[in-house]
Design a protein around this ligand. Structure first.
Ligand code: KIV
Length: 268
């Protein structure tokens, strides 16, 4: 079990201290994250792209998530551990509950995350009623990237922005306490954070959220090719002779002192 609680994260939000979140998919990196004092570890289905070599998160299975979450939970000491529910693993209440239980009971997660709202709000409610804490994910939804027409900023039009605020409120109304906001205008992320009573964790959502998350491999410059505008290679920035731990510690410092994300990592 984690020593970190949602109540403590809420206290950080209340005193305007930013929450630090990073992805991890194995034991060694988890130890580095713990050493740097990361508050929340996300076993993201981004592992499908950065570890498994797929070109989207869609092929990731529940077995894959159980396997990687187990590696992380085995050495996790303090951080809250959230595990992604992969594509098509939460299509109805029974299936979602069965798969979420595997991630919690078998793999050791403290909370599960899934993408979207609408009909899925009832799924979130069902899990929460069965004592499974749920983290929401709004904005750019990588599992629906085909339908969204690619990796694009979401919520720029007024109607889409209003809808996202309604979606966030609907999730909160059934007991969701944390929502990841991916790739949305900074002003919209700020509205959700102030108008909805929820802890918001941004990735490409600007600085006015409760906390930040990055894909660890982007932060360390491991991911080959072009990295997303919203990410930053913290290892390269430190220069020669610096370690993975230094880079993660620098990310923690930059999130806490609000120097990350800068305008160049954010969207209008
Ligand atoms: O899968 C993942 O790593 C994520 C983050 C990008 C938020 O969902």
């Amino acid at each position: 079990m984690s020593l970190m609680t949602v109540k403590y994260l809420q206290e950080l939000k209340d005193r305007n201290e930013k929450i630090t979140v990073l992805t991890a998919y194995d034991a060694s990196f988890t130890k580095h994250l713990e050493q740097a004092g990361i508050e929340v570890i996300l076993v993201g289905d981004s592992l499908g792209m950065v570890v498994q070599g797929h070109d989207s998160t869609v092929p990731v299975t529940v077995d894959d998530m159980v396997y990687h979450t187990s590696m992380v939970s085995r050495v996790r000491e303090r951080a809250l551990l959230i595990a992604d529910m992969p594509y098509h693993s939460y299509q109805n209440k029974d299936q979602a509950l069965e798969n979420a239980k595997r991630l919690m009971d078998e793999a050791g997660a403290d909370m599960v995350k899934f993408e979207g709202a609408g009909e899925l709000v009832a799924i979130a409610e069902h899990l929460i009623k069965n004592n499974i804490p749920v983290c929401g994910h709004l904005g750019l939804l990588p599992q629906s990237v085909e339908e969204l027409g690619g990796y694009k900023v979401q919520g720029r039009e007024q109607t889409a922005a209003d809808k996202m605020i309604e979606d966030a409120q609907a999730l909160v109304d059934v007991g969701v306490e944390i929502i990841v906001l991916e790739c949305i205008p900074q002003i919209l992320a700020k509205r959700i954070t102030t108008e909805v009573d929820v802890i918001t964790i941004g990735i490409g959502a600007g600085v006015d959220v409760s906390g930040q998350v990055l894909v660890l491999y982007d932060l360390l410059g491991i991911t080959p090719g072009k990295r997303p505008k919203f990410s930053k290679d913290f290892l390269k920035e430190l220069g020669q002779g610096k370690s993975v731990t230094d880079a993660i510690a620098n990310y923690v410092k930059a999130v806490k002192d609000l120097s990350f994300p800068a305008q160049e990592h954010s969207f209008n």
